[in-house]
Write a protein that binds this ligand. Structure first.
Ligand SMILES: *[C@@H]1O[C@H](CO)[C@@H](O)[C@H](O)[C@H]1NC(C)=O
Ligand SMILES: *[C@@H]1O[C@H](CO)[C@@H](O)[C@H](O)[C@H]1NC(C)=O
Ligand SMILES: *[C@@H]1O[C@H](CO)[C@@H](O)[C@H](O)[C@H]1NC(C)=O
Ligand SMILES: *[C@@H]1O[C@H](CO)[C@@H](O)[C@H](O)[C@H]1NC(C)=O
Length: 472
């Protein structure tokens, strides 16, 4: 079966196919273009936390302003990460995976940027930047699909160039961003950081989304991409002059507590059907948890790292160990060493095969595996009923992390997925097959799960605290 989409959707997908890069793969891609040797670090980190950490209310909150199609480079990073784990399925979700954007002010100029927890740099194009195709031919600026003409250093009273340094991200698939480096006042959600280092891109082979004009990374300093000297051609992989990314500098400057949180709202069925129009996107909260109601259920667990090539462990994604998944029929399922990435850029939960099979069989009527798409389809009448408060037929589903049970709302486990070739509405299950349940395989808890929790990243202790959200 082929699933069809609205014309608007196809336009967005078209951009998605062209989309660009992030800093995540830089080190590996540049060092070893043919092989992305990223693997799970063993032994896994464990910490001695009896009770969940107490997280304060955030001092600064920014609403997610838009969703944009997930960048190809991020898809690829995740794909490689998962593929390197023995037999993890390479299905990485439905086509409608998206990333979240937020508003940012740099030197008094406003931009929409992608929020990325899998990379660390902040960069913006500079006015007058040169755009290149992937084959390195000069093309019109518009072909880079940034939303604005770019950052204008001359119009900022606080901008200071970092002379004789360059910003450089290059990918195995020919996408790149290079340019200068500068410092300026950067504000997100009211948190204003003076003299924040960032990349000012003057040359880009970038297949943007037409909505954003850059990216702000929330991952660790080790992934930043600034090099000594003014000629990017002389940069050597691993030669980065590491700097403190936005949130790390804010913490260092004692402007904010070391926590940032991501909360994604479910949105209405209509909004999810037309997902690019969804106005209920949630919050990026800096310094604590955002103003959303939570239950008493919470857990704090260590973030699990990955090693790059033979190098040290890096924290890339929000990877956590999952104790188990519980639902009617889950009792006999043996899950060994099951870790999962909490990924805002993946729509579905991609879980071990036995979990997906048993959970989808428990629907009434049972979910059916569609051979064409490899997805479990479920009856759309369940979505209508669930929207009206009746989740009968949708089996309850919980994820146990750090010994605590986090429930997933039935409304998240049936998703509208457009229409089939006969014009019939198609719905898919929130739980899909992510590969066999083998030790070391990497699974994904996507928006289906994340709609039900506040996830808080502690950059000092390298932990994640999950709070279950009150029903909404
Ligand atoms: C850049 O390289 C020069 C020459 O080796 C050195 O003097 C300088 O300290 C370096 N700058 C940074 C920021 O590492
Ligand atoms: C830096 O940029 C140049 C020019 O785009 C590229 O050839 C080189 O591979 C880049 N170096 C690194 C370390 O990314
Ligand atoms: C989605 O948008 C289309 C076009 O604007 C509209 O016809 C359709 O009714 C919307 N779907 C829902 C469920 O609101
Ligand atoms: C679960 O599977 C693992 C590996 O396949 C095995 O070592 C373990 O004994 C099993 N546990 C149970 C309770 O069957």
């Amino acid at each position: 079966m082929r699933l069809f989409r609205s014309p608007r959707y196809n336009m967005v997908l078209h951009f998605a196919l062209l989309v660009a890069l992030n800093g995540l793969l830089l080190a590996t891609a540049a060092a070893a273009p043919d092989t992305f040797n990223i693997r799970r670090v063993v032994p896994q980190r464990s910490i001695d936390i009896q009770n969940a950490q107490i997280i304060p209310q955030a001092s600064f909150v920014s609403s997610f302003s838009s969703k944009v199609p997930r960048r190809a480079a991020k898809k690829r990073a995740l794909l490689e990460l998962r593929r390197s784990a023995s037999k993890t399925s390479t299905i990485i979700g439905t086509d409608d995976n998206e990333e979240y954007a937020t508003s940012i002010t740099v030197g008094g100029q406003n931009f929409e940027v992608i929020d990325d927890t899998g990379s660390s740099d902040l960069f913006l194009p500079q006015v007058g930047f040169q755009c290149f195709s992937l084959s390195d031919a000069s093309v019109p600026e518009a072909d880079c699909f940034f939303c604005t003409a770019g950052f204008d250093p001359a119009k900022s009273r606080t901008f200071k160039p970092f002379n004789n340094m360059n910003f450089n991200i290059t990918f195995a698939d020919q996408e790149f961003l290079t340019g200068g480096v500068g410092f300026d006042t950067v504000s997100i959600g009211g948190l204003s950081v003076a003299q924040q280092e960032f990349g000012v891109v003057t040359k880009a082979a970038w297949n943007g989304d037409g909505v954003t004009s850059g990216l702000v990374g929330f991952a660790f300093p080790g992934l930043t991409s600034v090099f000594n000297g003014s000629n990017p051609d002389l940069d050597v992989p691993g030669g980065q002059v590491v700097y403190q990314p936005f949130f790390f500098k804010a913490v260092e400057d004692e402007l904010v507590q070391p926590f940032f949180s991501v909360t994604l709202d479910r949105g209405s069925v209509a909004a999810r059907t037309n997902s690019t129009l969804d106005p209920h996107l949630g919050f990026l909260a800096l310094g604590g948890i955002p103003p959303v109601a939570v239950t008493g259920t919470s857990a704090t667990v260590p973030i699990q790292g990955f090693s790059i090539s033979s190098g040290a462990s890096e924290l890339f994604f929000y990877d956590v160990d999952v104790d188990k998944y519980t639902f009617p029929g889950s009792a006999g399922i043996n899950l060994t060493g099951s870790s999962a990435i909490l990924d805002t850029g993946t729509t579905l939960n991609l879980l071990p095969t036995p979990v997906a099979n048993a959970y989808n069989a428990a629907f009434d009527p049972p979910g059916q595996l569609d051979p064409g798409s490899g997805l479990f389809l479920v009856d759309c009448s369940l979505l209508t009923k669930a929207t009206n408060g009746n989740s009968k037929g949708i089996p309850p589903f919980s994820v146990v992390i750090g010994g605590k049970v986090f429930q997933v709302d039935g409304r998240d486990n049936v998703l509208p997925a457009g229409t089939d070739e006969n014009g019939n509405e198609v719905c898919i299950s929130g739980v899909q097959d992510g590969g066999p349940a083998e030790d070391g395989n990497i699974f994904i808890l996507g928006d289906v799960f994340l709609h039900n929790v506040v996830s808080t990243f502690d950059v000092q202790r390298e932990t994640i605290t999950l709070h279950e959200r009150a029903k909404y």
